[in-house]
Design a protein around this ligand. Structure first.
Ligand SMILES: *[C@@H]1O[C@H](CO)[C@@H](O)[C@H](O)[C@H]1NC(C)=O
Ligand SMILES: *[C@@H]1O[C@H](CO)[C@@H](O)[C@H](O)[C@H]1NC(C)=O
Length: 347
């Protein structure tokens, strides 16, 4: 910060003033950086634009430009385009927002299949990530695992995104996550993993011609506080998908106040060939509606929740409350200037 230089040149009084000013600036810098992890209203803006008018042409280059262990919010604004990239948000880069302006025009696409953790088009390993207005797809096809998005960081939120593949589309791996107004499409176990997630007002579209499974939640023991809650969601598609099958023995999935089209398999839930899991899973439905919500033929080991039992699934309690969900930033910094940009403060 030029201290040493200032000190060495401190021959006359004038330089003492310069030094003091620098010291004051430095102190206020330290004070502001100490509190910056709580100030999520201002973000450093990075623009990605394939036409060359942004800071970068590739999304990964923008992520790489975020300093390691950042405590400030970085808002990466992606201009419309089809980005053929396989992207990783590494664990040491929290507080990144990746935002398009419209999911239908801002597309991230790749096509790796096979090994589940090797396949994702977008892998989120950092905490406090937000994705907005993006389509993220894996075009590998139908023959193997092909993850579009892997979310392994804590406190991740997705708004107005489209997540598309066939098998294991969304690897909702670990941590607490919130998905709102998202469209998720796939066929086999297409929302899977051991995260604690609330899906609110999301649209789940099943592509399997036969008996696919919408969820394969992986909770492994009663001590794990994870599971998937679908609140005010909508299920459509083709074939006759199950609502879920247990990847882990204590698999926990609840559908609340959600619309189910006639595609939903009347039995509703599958034990994945292991009847022992019938007594350990927690598969519930509460006040769902539509032709697929008829519980007359549901497996008897699934639950119709009472209003008391439904209470924890009507709120953000399972994902740790509202505390960590942040509104879109209001102020954006580029270099030393602050600019305003209309995000409506909305996600
Ligand atoms: C980031 O934090 C980790 C863990 O505290 C540390 O090991 C690493 O060296 C840090 N990286 C930088 C570039 O400061
Ligand atoms: C639910 O399904 C059963 C048979 O599977 C049928 O008899 C009943 O009418 C259905 N209920 C509604 C409300 O559609």
């Amino acid at each position: 910060m030029g201290f040493a230089v200032a000190a060495m040149k401190m021959v006359h009084r004038g330089y003492i003033v310069v030094l003091l000013v620098e010291l004051l600036v430095f102190c206020s810098f330290m004070a502001s950086s100490a509190t910056s992890s709580n100030d999520m209203s201002t973000a450093i803006l990075i623009r990605v634009d394939q036409s060359g008018n942004g800071d970068y042409g590739k999304i990964q280059d923008a992520i790489d430009a975020v300093p390691s262990n950042n405590s400030q919010l970085y808002f990466i604004l992606v201009k419309p385009g089809t980005y053929r990239e396989k992207i990783v948000v590494p664990a040491d880069k929290p507080f990144i927002t990746l935002s398009g302006t419209q999911a239908s025009t801002t597309i991230i696409t790749w096509g790796d299949g096979g090994e589940i953790f090797e396949s994702p088009t977008l892998s989120i390993l950092a905490s406090d990530f937000v994705g907005r207005y993006l389509t993220i797809q894996n075009t590998f096809g139908t023959s193997s695992k092909a993850v579009a998005v892997r979310v392994s960081g804590d406190r991740a939120a997705f708004y107005n995104c489209r997540i598309l593949s066939y098998q294991d589309t969304l690897l909702d791996d670990a941590g607490r996550h919130y998905y709102r107004n998202c469209y998720i499409e796939g066929a086999t176990d297409f929302i899977c993993g051991s995260a604690a997630s609330l899906f609110e007002k999301c649209h789940l579209h099943s592509l399997s011609e036969g008996n696919g499974a919408i969820t394969a939640q992986q909770r492994g023991s009663t001590s794990e506080n994870n599971g998937f809650t679908f609140l005010g969601c909508k299920i459509t598609g083709v074939g006759t998908p199950y609502l879920g099958r247990p990847w882990g023995p204590y698999s926990r999935v609840v559908f609340v106040l959600s619309f189910m089209s006639s595609v939903v398999q009347p039995q509703g839930w599958d034990d994945w060939g292991d009847s022992n899991k019938q007594s350990t899973v927690y598969y519930g439905e509460y006040k769902c509606y539509g032709p697929g919500a008829n519980r007359t033929e549901r497996v008897e080991w699934s639950r119709s929740l009472s209003s008391d039992e439904a209470v924890p699934f009507l709120t953000k309690e399972m994902i740790g409350g509202q505390g960590w969900l942040r509104p879109a930033p209001t102020y954006f910094m580029r270099g030393s200037s602050v600019i305003t940009m209309n995000t409506d403060g909305k996600n």
